[in-house]
Design a protein around this ligand. Structure first.
Ligand code: SAH
Ligand code: SF4
Ligand code: F3S
Length: 471
């Protein structure tokens, strides 16, 4: 029997926030009677959830869009939508450049989906009517040309939306054991290079009790890893003065076997109390992602980061001494405006001094509308790339060293997936956030989503190898 349900396909770029938003969009669509498909060509609705943080992810969106017009040739009733951060930032430009796009909405207007889709459906029905009239006049080839010329439905979300009506209860999670929980949206920090405050709007924390009961329910229904999300979780405000440390403490008190992770922390707001809560927690993973961006206080000031190199190093010192064995990761930008070789060396020395377990390294990418555009003294692109390359080499050596030194250690973790290269192996994420590849200890058992103990046998550049010793 043919399934008459409409099908959707979502392509997601960007950070975990976008992944979480896509899960919310999926949930909202399922509530409207849609069903998910992994195949674009089977879909009645294809959405691209976009990222605008650097030039590269934004460019990827445009190349995907080029492909979608071909799908429209085959299926003229296909609705193509752009959402997420590029949609928020570019709005009309998208429709101007890609007139066949039907639907454009930003991260805060996900709650409007039912209304937007109804409008898009109506517009597409009208278009189909015109097409069938054209068909009745013959000339298939001319029709194809006409079809391409026919504009998309041009339905826009409300870009000034406050995001108060998001369908947060409808999240359709991809995984049955890992869950993202958005605790706050938006950002107030306006780091001078960053587009996020413009695409996501002002910071809004979700109520304390709502988050707590959501996490409790997730744990009760078998989720084993909860990741709390926000652009700057350390400035969380639960509504009654509750801080992020309070939230983490309360979540940690929930009974059950589960891990709690969170990201991202901003060095200017990470409190001593948070470090204390983490130090004595049972469920909170000993891992902090703490972007430093630049090791030079002068550049940090130009970046509007509101902390100094010394403050950052002081924090790291506290974290390392109170949470022994903590995993530290970071984000770094190479070649920001006015960055001299001396400033860059400060970044190098910070990387070498802290010895992060891993680091996300970027070269500075100018973003329209951000304050950094008016800072004189741009660093030439080749220099940015060359500096980035140097950072990559340095960090690779550090990660390799740390990985090698872990041989012999025993860690607890959750089996996340089959190993990417071999079906007989499993990929395990340890409590302290390292990835270990290990042979499946028994055939015929589905290990995905279960807790195991793994003994690390060897460390490589990007992964660790190990043996599962308990399951
Ligand atoms: N809210 C998080 C980060 C969000 S964006 C935080 O404050 O840490 C993720 C990372 O992208 C940033 O940490 C930064 O390193 C990088 N990034 C943001 N804007 C960038 C730009 N214009 N050019 C290069 N890298 C950028
Ligand atoms: Fe961007 Fe800074 Fe906000 Fe992070 S804290 S999202 S880098 S403005
Ligand atoms: Fe990208 Fe938007 Fe996240 S710009 S990094 S998807 S908040």
């Amino acid at each position: 029997m043919k399934d008459n349900k409409k099908k959707f396909h979502i392509i997601t770029f960007g950070c975990q926030m976008n992944v979480a938003d896509s899960e919310m969009i999926a949930g909202a669509l399922m509530k409207l009677g849609y069903e998910k498909t992994d195949s674009k060509s089977e879909a009645d609705l294809v959405l691209i959830n976009t990222c605008a943080v650097r030039t590269k992810p934004e460019a990827k969106v445009y190349s995907h869009l080029g492909d979608l017009i071909k799908l429209k040739d085959v299926n003229p009733s296909l609705i193509v939508g752009i959402c997420g951060c590029v949609a928020q930032k570019e709005r009309e430009n998208i429709i101007k450049r890609f007139p066949y796009v039907d639907l454009v909405f930003g991260p805060k207007s996900i709650g409007e989906l039912p209304r937007l889709l109804e409008l898009a459906d109506k517009a597409v029905a009208k278009k189909l009517k015109i097409l069938s009239e054209m068909k009745s006049q013959g000339n298939e080839k001319a029709n194809l040309k006409m079809r391409r010329k026919l504009k998309g439905a041009r339905i826009y979300g409300d870009f000034e939306n406050t995001g108060d009506n998001l369908p947060e209860k409808d999240v359709a999670r991809e995984s049955s054991f890992k869950a993202y929980v958005t605790i706050m949206r938006g950002c107030n920090n306006f780091c001078s290079y960053c587009v996020v405050p413009y695409t996501r709007g002002r910071e809004q924390s979700r109520p304390f009790d709502v988050i707590l009961s959501e996490v409790r329910q997730l744990v009760e229904s078998g989720y084993k890893e909860i990741t709390l999300l926000g652009q700057n979780v350390n400035s969380y405000n639960g509504g009654g003065g509750e801080t992020f440390a309070d939230l983490l403490e309360k979540i940690d008190a929930i009974e059950g076997r589960f891990y709690v992770r969170f990201m991202t922390s901003h060095p200017k707001d990470l409190s001593d109390r948070l470090i204390d809560v983490m130090a004595s927690a049972r469920h909170v993973a000993p891992h902090i992602h703490l972007p430093f961006q630049s090791g030079s206080t002068r550049i940090l000031e130009l970046m509007n980061r509101k902390y100094t190199r010394e403050h950052y190093l002081g924090l790291i010192d506290k974290i390392k001494s109170r949470i022994p064995g903590v995993t530290l990761t970071t984000d770094v930008i190479a070649g920001f405006a006015q960055e001299t070789e001396e400033d860059f060396n400060d970044t190098v020395s910070l990387l070498n001094f802290v010895r992060f377990d891993s680091a996300f390294l970027f070269f500075y990418s100018e973003r329209e509308g951000t304050a950094a555009l008016s800072i004189p003294g741009a660093v030439p692109l080749e220099t940015r790339l060359e500096r980035l390359e140097r950072l990559v080499k340095i960090q690779m050596d550090i990660t390799f060293d740390i990985n090698r030194s872990m041989a012999g250690e025993i860690h607890e973790g959750i089996v996340e997936a089959p190993a990417p290269k071999s079906k007989k192996e499993l990929s395990i994420r340890t409590f302290d956030n390292h990835v270990v590849i290990a042979r499946a200890p028994a055939a015929g058992i589905d290990f995905i989503g279960s807790f195991v103990k793994v003994k690390i046998t060897e460390g490589f550049n990007f992964v660790l190898k190990g043996d599962i010793i308990e399951y």
